[in-house]
Design a binder for this molecule. Structure first.
Ligand code: TNX
Length: 532
């Protein structure tokens, strides 16, 4: 018996090693290698089953061209060898967005539950194509079964504090899809700039999109310096539509965020009548929490915001609109006669309930637009709007509370998943916001709190990481902060819970350093600075 047990234990590491040999991120549900090899070359043909569009194969061809220079012909064929087969089969693959990928000497077969499944199978296949110039590449024989753990796998980007070009956002979407992230939360408005064109309110483009001075915060020795230049810009509605389309081709939904009632300095600078004091106001030049917010007693505020949301809803086909709700000081509302009158007329107890009134009113408007309300966890204060989904950022408690109330939740607690926080404690590291979320700690994060019952836990729709760009004036600094931490997020969001092995993960991360560079992304390598 002892020999049998030892023999079995002896087998374990080999079969596990075989599974983790594949440099896949996120880790698939199941993978075994066979030792066979398929040779992918420009002559490899394509067989697409009924009901599938050419989209997933097109993206695969682009990827291979980008990282190896090889232009796949992928000619339609009926032949059975040297072929990439893409097909749908919801019986063979019962999980929504799931796929199987098999590679043998003769062919590569991706079978998806749905088109998204085929797309994800091809992302996995892409990760098996080694970067570097080549006329043919060897793909490892394997059988992979895979499907997502969470339906919501999100990455956020703040473009208010610093703005990034449309091409950077496209590259961003490519890489998110490569790691099977399916939601891009686009933080479009804040105190430091309004970044989406709203046709009905032109001062948003001429005033709110700009601030007077450029904050330079990317050098450790220059924490808060201004260069005296005007800084800003905005995405036109045409650019937004183009990005929404680009994302959809990659099975990514973009959720726009329009902040209210706080973080509104830029909008108030453009339309001072929307504040309690009437201004004048200025687009903020440095980050923080500001006392001037939208006046909750003024009907003009609701007219403005519902007009804005009408235009925004028409641009984004996704079910959610994010309306912020975080960090709204009540200083002005306390001193404002109109806000106090509103509190009396609506029989509210205090300013917190006034914020809840504000969000409910906006929520009713969203319902008429057929949109669901998403907000930061402060929307719990003073009562949640009906059917609101809560993004739990101040910690896990907001998410726990919302799930217990039967509301959907996205987990995004700052201590675990904020990519604007430092990844090392070295004084030589590039300047970041105050927190500390190193890769190793992040990788341990478990999004479903153990306090929840199984029924409550089902309200945890997924997980998201946030990146606030106060100290990221360039795409390069953004990449340094987000990669490779995004790879850990992807695994937390997609791969089955448990069974995480940091050294094995780190090995895959190292492989992906070159994979990311081949896609024009320069990740940080701060994991090499840490000795433990
Ligand atoms: C809090 S996280 C904010 C952001 C800041 C961030 C700085 C959240 C919902 N609000 O406005 O950029 O802290 O880390």
């Amino acid at each position: 018996l002892l020999l049998v047990v030892l023999g079995w234990v002896g087998l374990l590491p080999t079969s596990q090693a075989q599974a983790t040999e594949l440099p896949l991120l996120p880790r698939p549900v199941q993978a075994t290698t066979t030792g066979q090899v398929f040779t992918l070359s420009r002559h490899t043909a394509l067989r697409v089953g009924p009901g599938l569009s050419a989209g997933p194969a097109t993206r695969f061809r682009q990827y291979v061209r980008q990282v190896s220079g090889m232009v796949l012909e992928l000619k339609p064929t009926k032949r059975r060898t040297d072929v990439l087969v893409l097909q749908l089969d919801s019986t063979a693959v019962p999980q929504s967005k799931g796929y199987t990928l098999t590679i043998d000497q003769r062919r590569v077969t991706v079978t998806g539950h749905d088109e998204a499944g085929v797309f994800y199978g091809l992302q996995t296949l892409s990760q098996l194509v080694p970067p570097g110039k080549a006329n043919r590449v060897s793909l490892p024989g394997c059988t992979i079964t895979d499907y997502p753990r969470f339906p919501y796998r999100g990455m956020h980007l703040d473009v208010s504090r610093h703005m990034f070009p449309v091409d950077t956002i496209k590259k961003w979407l490519d890489v998110l899809a490569f790691y099977k992230i399916n939601t891009f939360h686009w933080h479009l408005t804040d105190d430091q700039g309004w970044r989406i064109e709203i046709k009905k309110y032109p001062h948003l483009q001429t005033v709110a999109a700009y601030r007077d001075e450029t904050l330079i915060g990317h050098k450790r020795d220059l924490p808060h310096r201004f260069d005296g230049q005007r800084y800003g810009g905005y995405y036109s509605q045409e650019e937004v539509r183009e990005l929404v389309r680009y994302a959809a081709q990659r099975h990514i939904t973009i959720i726009p965020e329009i902040e209210m009632p706080g973080h509104a300095s830029a909008a108030l600078a453009a339309y001072p009548e929307l504040g309690c004091t009437g201004g004048p106001y200025h687009t903020a030049t440095f980050w923080g929490v500001f006392d001037d917010v939208y006046c909750a007693g003024n009907e003009a505020t609701f007219t403005f915001l519902t007009d804005v949301l009408d235009e925004v809803a028409a641009l984004f086909p996704g079910q959610y609109l994010h309306i912020g709700g975080d960090e709204c000081p009540k200083t002005r509302w306390r001193a404002c006669p109109k806000c106090q009158r509103r509190i009396q007329e609506e029989h509210l107890r205090d300013e917190r309930e006034l914020q809840s009134y504000f969000m409910r009113r906006i929520g009713r408007h969203l319902a008429t637009l057929n949109k669901r309300l998403l907000g930061w966890d402060e929307i719990l204060e003073g009562g949640l709007p009906p059917a609101a989904t809560v993004m739990s950022w101040t910690g896990e408690q907001g998410g726990i509370e919302a799930a217990r109330l039967g509301h959907d939740v996205v987990m995004t607690p700052e201590k675990q998943v904020y990519f604007d926080y430092f990844q090392t404690l070295y004084p030589t590291d590039s300047l970041a916001a105050g927190g500390y979320t190193p890769l190793q700690q992040l990788y341990r994060y478990e999004p479903v709190p153990t306090e929840l019952t199984p029924a409550q836990a089902r309200h945890v729709r997924g997980v998201q990481a946030n990146v606030w760009t106060e100290y990221m004036p360039t795409p390069g600094k953004l990449e340094y902060m987000v990669f490779p931490r995004l790879l850990a997020l992807a695994e937390i969001a997609w791969s089955p819970g448990g069974g995480r092995n940091y050294p094995a993960f780190l090995q895959r991360v190292r492989t992906h350093n070159a994979v990311l560079h081949a896609q024009g992304v320069a990740p940080s390598r701060t994991y090499d600075w840490l000795t433990d």
